[in-house]
Write a protein that binds this ligand. Structure first.
Ligand code: MRU
Length: 446
C-alpha cells in the first residue's frame, strides 16, 4: 500500500488544501477527464490531489499524532485497467488496505460486506462494477450478455436495501444499456455506454457535492468568537461519498475556508464508523474534533455544547422523512428538545420521490455478530438474542433543513424536494454529457 508523499512545508500544504477544496468541483476534474476511462482519471486526480494536501504531517500540532496508524488521505476507491481498487473500510484505522474487484459481482460482495459503505460511494462503485462486467462481455452473445447484466444489476441492487443511491446508480447504467437495446449485437457499443454512464455518475457526484457544500456553508451561522460546535453521526466524508462528502464535506470545507469548527464525533455503534472512519478522516484533514460515545449526545446538548447537528442520509422520501444510520432519529429528538438546528446534507441522488413517507423505506437488518462483539472481541453472553437495524427514519418534522446541490430545502418538504429534484433534472438535461467533456479535453490536449 502506498501513501502520498509528505509535504514538508505546512504553509504550502495549507494553501494547497484551501485551493483543492475551492476547486474541487471545477477544473481539476475537467483537466483530468481527457483520457479514456474518465472516472478512473477523476478518482486518481482527486485522490492524488487530496492525498498531497490532506497530509497529517502538515497539520502536526493541531491534531495529536496517532502512532502506528496509517496516514495519508485516500478516496474510497481508485481504478486501474479492469480493476476497481476499493479501500477496505473494515480495516481502518488500523490498516490501509485495498480490496480488488474485477466485476459487478465482486463489487456487490464488497458493498454487502461493508468493505465500501456510505450511500453515494456504494452507488458509484456499483456503476463502475457494472461497467467492468460490461467490458468483460463485449464479445458475449446478446442473450447471455443480457442475462449476465440483469443478474449483476439485481445482485448490486439487493446488496444493501436502504440506500437509494445504490439502486439509482444501477438503474442509470442499465438505462444506458436499454437505450442501445439490451439484445443489440454490438457489445462494444453497450460496454462503452455503460462506461460512459459510470463516468458521468462519478463526475456529477463531484460537482454536486461541491455545490451542496457551498449551499450548506451559506446556510450555517458561524459564531464570531469561538468555533461552531457541530455534532455528526456515522461517516459522511470522502470514504462514504467517493470524493468530497456530505455532512463531513461541509465540515471540512468550513475548516479549510478558515471558519473555526469543532466536531463532536459520535462513535456510531455497532460498526463504529464515527470512531474508526470519521475520526480518521478529520485527523487527516486537520479538523479539531472530539470522539464521544453515542449516548453522550443528550448530555452535551443539555449543557449547551452543541450548536448544530449535521448528518447525511441514505434515503429521503417525498414528505422529507429521512433514513440514515441508526441513532440519527435519537439525535433528532434530542436536538428538537434542546432547540439545536438539525440539518440533513445529501445529494438529490438520495431523494426518492416514489416513496411517499418513511414507512415505505426498507430498513436493513444486519447480523448479530456486529452487536455481540467489538472488533472480534465478544462482549455479550453467547446466544444472546440480538436485533440490529442498520438505519432508522427521522420524521420530517424534526428536520430543520435538507441541504442539496440545488439549495436548502425547508418545510413544506414535499414541495421543496419536488422542486429541487426538477431543478436537478433540468440542470442535467442542459449540461454537456461528461463523455463530451472528456473528448473535448482530450482533443484540446488538456
Ligand atoms: O451503514 P453505512 O456505514 O453505509 O451507513 C452510512 C450512513 O448512514 C451515512 O450517514 C449515509 O450513507 C449518508 S452520507 C454518506
Amino acid at each position: 500500500m502506498t501513501t502520498p508523499d509528505a509535504d514538508p512545508d505546512p504553509e504550502t500544504a495549507d494553501v494547497g488544501r484551501r485551493r483543492f477544496f475551492r476547486q474541487f468541483a471545477g477544473e481539476l476534474i475537467n483537466g483530468a477527464a481527457g483520457v479514456v476511462g474518465a472516472a478512473q482519471a477523476l478518482q486518481r486526480a482527486s485522490a492524488e490531489a487530496a492525498g498531497a494536501i490532506l497530509n497529517p504531517s502538515s497539520v502536526a500540532g493541531q491534531v495529536p499524532a496517532i502512532p502506528d496508524l496509517p496516514t495519508g488521505f485516500r478516496a474510497a476507491f481508485r481504478e486501474s485497467p479492469g480493476v476497481l481498487h476499493i479501500v477496505d473500510q473494515r480495516q481502518l484505522p488500523d490498516r490501509l488496505e485495498e480490496f480488488d474487484a474485477r466485476s459487478a459481482a465482486e463489487v456487490a460482495y464488497a458493498i454487502k460486506e461493508m468493505i465500501i459503505r456510505g450511500a453515494p460511494a456504494i452507488g458509484q462503485a456499483a456503476a463502475i462494477g457494472l461497467a467492468l462486467t460490461g467490458n468483460k462481455n463485449r464479445g458475449a452473445g446478446p442473450y447471455a450478455r443480457r442475462a449476465t447484466f440483469r443478474g449483476a444489476a439485481n445482485l448490486l441492487r439487493n446488496a444493501r436495501p436502504t440506500a437509494i443511491n445504490l439502486r439509482w446508480a444501477v438503474d442509470r447504467v442499465m438505462a444506458a444499456v436499454d437505450e442501445i437495446g439490451d439484445l443489440s449485437e454490438d457489445g462494444d457499443a453497450i460496454a462503452d455506454a455503460m462506461r460512459a454512464e459510470a463516468d458521468a455518475i462519478v463526475h456529477e457526484a463531484t460537482e454536486d457535492h461541491g455545490r451542496m457544500t457551498a449551499a450548506a456553508l451559506a446556510a450555517l451561522t458561524f459564531p464570531d468568537d469561538r468555533p461552531l460546535r457541530v455534532l455528526t453521526h456515522c461517516n459522511t466524508g470522502p470514504l462514504a461519498c467517493g470524493q468530497f462528502g456530505t455532512a463531513l464535506g461541509v465540515i471540512q470545507a468550513a475548516h479549510h475556508g478558515g471558519r473555526a469548527v469543532h466536531v463532536w464525533v459520535d462513535e456510531t455503534r455497532p460498526n463504529l464508523q464515527g470512531a474508526r472512519l470519521t475520526a480518521w478522516e478529520l485527523a487527516q484533514a486537520g479538523v479539531p474534533h472530539t470522539l464521544i460515545p453515542d449516548v453522550a449526545a443528550g448530555h452535551l446538548m443539555a449543557r449547551g455544547e452543541v450548536d448544530v447537528v449535521l448528518v447525511g442520509a441514505d434515503r429521503i422520501v417525498a414528505n422529507g422523512d429521512t433514513a440514515n444510520k441508526v441513532g440519527t432519529y435519537t439525535l433528532a429528538v434530542l436536538a428538537a428538545r434542546h432547540e439545536v438546528p438539525f440539518y440533513v446534507v445529501a445529494p438529490i441522488s438520495t431523494v426518492d420521490l416514489a416513496t411517499p413517507d418513511g414507512g415505505g423505506i426498507p430498513i436493513e437488518e444486519r447480523s448479530a455478530a456486529e452487536v455481540v462483539a467489538v472488533r472480534g472481541v465478544r462482549i455479550a453472553p453467547p446466544d444472546t438474542d440480538v436485533r440490529n437495524p442498520a438505519f432508522d427514519v427521522t420524521p420530517a418534522d424534526l428536520i430543520t433543513a435538507i441541504v442539496t446541490e440545488e439549495g436548502v430545502v425547508t418545510a413544506p418538504f414535499p414541495v421543496g424536494l419536488a422542486e429541487a429534484v426538477a431543478r436537478r433534472e433540468g440542470r442535467r438535461a442542459t449540461s454537456p454529457r461528461f463523455s463530451d467533456l472528456a473528448i473535448s479535453a482530450a482533443s484540446s490536449g488538456a
